[in-house]
Design a protein around this ligand. Sequence first.
Ligand SMILES: *Cc1c(COP(=O)(O)O)cnc(C)c1O
Length: 395
Amino acid sequence: MNTIYLDNNATTKIDPLVLKEMMPFLTDYYGNPSSMHKFGGQVSSDIAKARHNLASLLNAQPDEIIFTAGGTESDNTAIYSALEAQPEKKHLITTRVEHPAILNVCHHLEERGYEVTYLNVDEKGRLDLEELRGALRPDTALVTIMYANSETGVIFPMHEIAKIVKERGIILHTDAVQAVGKIDINLEKLPVDYLSLSGHKIHGPKGIGALFVRKGVSFRPHLRGGHQEHGRRAGTENTAAIVGIGKAAELAQINMEIENTGVKHMRDTLEKGLLKTIPDAIINGDTENRLPNTTNISFKHVEGEAILLMMDGHGIAASSGSACTSGSLEPSHVLRAMGVPFTFAHGSIRFSLSRFNSDDEIKVVLKELPPIIKRLREISPYKNEESTPRSCSCK
Ligand SMILES: *Cc1c(COP(=O)(O)O)cnc(C)c1O
């Protein structure tokens, strides 16, 4: 049975063209790009090409791109860089709905004496920009706000955020791992200082990412050692993966239009079809400002994990959002921050599509899912409860 893969915000399939581009670097071209001989030098021009492709996708300069080992490293590097560059400033601002690669760094920093402001979101997952404005302080070292939410697809108004933060001269980082390749990002017009992205979220390989650091903005390396990446990230380059993310960036640019037409159309068909055939279902998040590939739907009185298991039995792969500890019955931190009622939050499913999905696959989901929900509701222990506030204690 072929899997219908609708979990592209967790990771994506490597585009076959990316793999083809990478293969020679795992076989014949194994030279170290730092070596003096031709064997190494040749590889270094392929790295330069990849850097150029990434810069071009973001409308940045190639020397503003630092390769890292993924989105997590880029996020960590950005935060620690801003703090180390301004040791007298002990305050950070972020949001309640960030990826753990941001939130857990912030929690760690709180234990080390930093103060962190976590901005709230409303019931649609939107920020209050006045709350952001009010949170900025003279000792704020960094504002780090994600571009688009992995679980709901909600896009934050990054241009307005940048205007507010940069007026005060504070360093601004955005985790754009979910936004890159799905929506247009033009760093010549968008004055963020640091931006994180990841290879495996854009049909490239895992374990490779990049951090954009705007020219002239303070930067302190997270990894020290050799002189790779102009001394900004030490360690022998992961050449095959770098070539892979470069090709993925090139293809993302070419396919951006498809993301916003074909992929969006499939997502909308899925969403409308499910709302029409399944009662007591709601969409989570601001549908006006949302990634074209994502929908997060809650089905009242059913457990997301049960839905996932039954869909899995039909070869459909999706996600229940990130339950904070696997096996726990706590709804995701994002839905809790949005105040989604308990009876809905537990039954939430995230479908995230890609250009490798087809209309036929969406038809299969529309046929298989309604009877699954019906059956689970028949056996649900909650079906007679209304909004029982079973407490959520998970941090
Ligand atoms: C996946 C993801 C990350 C982590 O990226 P890795 O390359 O897996 O380390 C960070 N932020 C967001 C928003 C993500 O979706």
